[in-house]
Unconditional design. Structure first.
Ligand SMILES: [Cu+2]
Length: 376
């Protein structure tokens, strides 16, 4: 009795201390928000956090996929992303609603969350996917440091990545775009480049170069008041579509199925923006060995390059930032491409038993258990 009473007194005293602590300075006392995982800016990571993230990424290559035992867990995600560009049944019906439509943001949100959960389970570490805010000029040297994503490709070795944890012979690429798949982001013909290592050609786009989006361009995108508009594809006027402006297809005349792959019909003035241009900036399109090749980030199988994850965490963060400004609204409710309507189940995520596989179910990222360190 005495010991129970004593315990109660101790607990009572602790509660008072906790109340005082939370009462001073900390504005939120909602227990639900205190348990959210935080996706941090890459610039905020400690050396240990960088090492843990790298460890988890590499561990994914050593574990079998629970969805398909013929491939490893990392490659499962690459395969889903590549398959999202296939025209199912010869037209665009039945495709995964991952690109060139309103589902771009919710599809990648579910996809990244599944990947984050996988990173945590295979590594046993408390990791989240950090975000790369490419509008911060100082971010480039941190992202591509030798203890994180490694550096640019080496032109004398076919633009192979030869530094950092994912360098040639340390990180194997196994899922390749098929022969018919061209560089997806700016409609340029590239030769198939099925090499088992990462390829990067920073800033190089044929005989010109590209730059990362700046803060003013990001602001302009975040201020577009409408989430998306008909015809719900890559040809929507960016003034009427935050999604299309952020995805970066400005200057296309729509989408088509060509050689079994979803493609865009370009206008002469076309130039990729925002999300797309970051893919091109990392991967590049370059002459190499008598061919024109695209780096991994410029291909449909872009998640082969781990930079994909930190880039897309930032895209997901910008969606959250947009909703903070304009409300948690999503369109279309109906009448859009299959899988991209508000309550459609997004393929291939029908296996999820938690119901978090429709656009409506994930507009609030906290239901997936995470938040961002800072929203612009
Ligand atoms: Cu994607």
């Amino acid at each position: 009795m005495t010991s129970t009473h004593h315990l109660r007194s101790v607990l009572g005293a602790m509660l008072i201390v906790v109340t005082i602590l939370t009462g001073t300075g900390c504005s939120t006392t909602d227990p639900a928000t205190t348990t959210l995982r935080t996706r941090k800016n890459v610039l905020s990571l400690s050396a240990q956090e960088r090492a843990d993230f790298v460890y988890a990424l590499k561990k994914m290559k050593t574990v079998k996929s629970p969805y398909d035992s013929s491939m490893n867990y990392y490659d499962q995600f690459v395969y889903w992303h590549l398959k999202a560009f296939y025209c199912m049944g010869g037209d665009m019906s039945g495709m995964y609603p991952a690109h060139q439509n309103p589902g771009f943001l919710p599809w990648h949100r579910v996809y990244l969350d599944l990947f984050e959960q996988a990173l945590r389970s295979v590594s046993g570490k408390d990791v989240t996917i950090p975000y790369w805010d490419w509008t911060q000029p100082s971010s480039v040297s941190t992202v591509f440091a030798a203890d994180f994503m490694g550096g640019d490709g080496d032109p004398s070795q076919g633009y192979a990545v030869t530094s950092g944890p994912f360098q040639k012979d340390s990180f194997q690429v196994r899922i390749f775009d098929t022969d018919d798949i061209d560089s997806i982001f700016d409609d340029v013909d590239t030769d198939p480049n099925p090499v088992p290592y990462l390829v990067r050609a920073f800033t190089k786009f044929k005989d010109s170069s590209v730059v990362l989006p700046n803060a003013a361009e990001m602001e302009q995108t975040l201020n577009i008041a409408t989430y998306d508009s008909a015809p719900w594809n890559s040809s929507v006027d960016s003034a009427l579509s935050f999604r299309n402006a952020l995805e970066g297809w400005r200057g296309t005349r729509g989408d088509t199925c060509e050689d079994g792959l979803m493609d865009v019909i370009p206008t002469p003035a076309r130039r990729s923006q925002q999300h797309n241009v970051v893919h091109i900036w990392v991967g590049g399109v370059v002459p190499s060995g008598g061919k024109v090749i695209a780096g991994n980030m410029t291909q449909a199988s872009s998640p082969n390059d781990p930079v994909f994850w930190i880039h897309h965490a930032n895209i997901d963060r910008l969606w959250s930032a947009w909703m903070k400004r304009h409300g948690r609204t999503y369109v279309p409710v109906s009448g859009g491409p299959m899988g991209a309507n508000l309550n459609d189940v997004m393929a291939p995520f029908s296996f999820k038993t938690d119901g978090k596989n429709t656009p409506a179910s994930v507009t609030d990222e906290s239901v997936l258990g995470y938040k961002y360190e800072v929203l612009p």
